[in-house]
Write a protein that binds this ligand. Structure first.
Ligand code: PMP
Ligand code: GLN
Length: 380
């Protein structure tokens, strides 16, 4: 393995899911739902394969899907996007993120990440030969807040990009209007690109999602990334997209064309169908997940865990307290208690304050959540 990838080893998701399988544990680690997406959407995908849509789609994605993505953004947020030049279909949000960094950040420049950060951001920055600078979320009551002063102080002459993720994996935090405003102000003041990872945009429980690109001065400098995975319960389909003004999309495409060229031909019309016709299903999913957040949070509290606030995503965190190492805890949990979780400290460059924080995923059937908690309680 090359030096720039050596520090990353294997992903925590692979490690914890492997432990879960080996020990027959209830997997509350890796975030994927254990039930299917809208039946009609699945039917469209099957029909596409049967009808022979099995060759390379166009490089930017099928025109019908790109139009549906633009129309969906317009309907929900009022944003106006040209599907011909400002929408790029990618192999999941993961590829959109990697291609955005590879295609738009020169080697040696700096990319600011908010920690804890989704693991692929750091790897993408390393692959690009750029340098990451991690700015922490800080504890704010039972939740987390962005340290705006630290963000401002992290900007240097070398900064090229800020990566923002709201709703936030792994904490379930949603950035407030003030925090988003501060990010926008800093980005505009220093002429920075913002990569906004909004894959959990639909999965909000208390307040609605606000796209970073909708803030004043931000449309022209923001690459918005989202995905069908979390909207329609199809994490294995790997259909994502990047949205940005044409010159930025051209940069993302410059890298994307040599990473995968294209992907997922029969799934693209299925996602197009879902974007156009399954909004009620998505609203049902949001409500179900809200119930699951409450169900798991309350059960964890009853089991004696210090449970933190989750305003969105699939995840709720617990604080095991000073002196407990979350990584060590999660490595032992599948064998000792038959449950898997994910330690949050591995998503940081400064693990100190995060050492005792562990993430559990509630995107599971209620009986699975209940069994997970039953096992945690029985072992206490
Ligand atoms: N960003 C975040 C914050 C995620 O949690 C995930 C996956 N769970 C991704 C990106 C990757 O999305 P995809 O599966 O569409 O590649
Ligand atoms: N996004 C999911 C999570 O955070 C899964 C990520 C993965 O397996 N790469 O758990």
């Amino acid at each position: 393995t090359v030096a720039r990838l050596r520090p990353f080893g294997g992903t925590i998701f692979a490690e914890m899911s492997e432990l879960a399988v080996r020990h027959g544990a209830v997997n509350l680690g890796q975030g994927f739902p254990d039930w299917d997406g809208p039946p009609r959407m699945l039917e469209v995908a099957r029909g596409q394969i049967a009808a022979g849509n099995n060759q390379y789609p166009p490089g930017r994605g099928m025109p019908g899907l790109r139009a549906a993505i633009a129309d969906d953004r317009a309907a929900r947020y009022g944003s106006v996007l040209d599907p011909a030049t400002e929408v790029l279909v990618t192999v999941g949000a993961t590829e959109a993120i990697a291609a955005a960094v590879l295609g738009l950040v020169e080697p040696g420049r700096e990319v600011i990440l908010i920690e804890p950060y989704y693991d692929s951001y750091a790897a993408a920055v390393a692959l690009a030969g750029a340098r990451r600078v991690a700015v922490p979320l800080v504890r704010d009551g039972r939740g987390f807040a962005l340290d705006v002063d630290a963000l401002r102080a992290a900007v240097t002459r070398d900064t090229a990009m800020i990566v923002v993720n709201t709703p936030h994996n792994p904490t379930g935090t949603m950035l407030t209007a003030d925090e988003l405003g501060a990010v926008a102000e800093i980005a505009c003041e220093h002429d920075l690109i913002v990569l906004s990872d909004e894959v959990y945009e639909h999965l909000t429980f208390d307040a609605g999602h606000v796209p970073v690109a909708s803030l004043p001065g931000m449309r022209e400098r923001t690459i918005t990334v989202s995905s069908a995975a979390k909207a329609f319960n199809v994490t294995g389909w790997k259909i994502g997209w990047a949205l940005a003004p044409a010159p930025l999309i051209d940069g993302v495409l410059a890298a994307k064309q040599f990473l995968t060229f294209v992907g997922g031909a029969p799934f693209q019309p299925a996602v197009e169908h879902a974007l156009r016709h399954e909004q009620a299903w998505v609203e049902g999913l949001r409500r179900d997940l809200l119930g699951k957040r409450d169900r798991l949070s309350a059960a964890l509290r009853n089991a004696g865990f210090d449970t933190l606030t989750s305003a969105g995503t699939y995840y709720v965190c617990v604080d095991l307290g000073d002196g407990v190492d979350g990584l060590d805890f999660c490595r032992r949990l599948p064998a000792e208690r038959g449950v898997a979780g994910v330690p949050v400290s591995v998503f940081t460059d400064h693990p100190g304050p995060w050492r005792g924080i562990v993430r559990f995923a509630f995107c599971k059937r209620d009986e699975v959540l209940d069994e997970g908690v039953r096992r945690l309680l029985a072992a206490n």
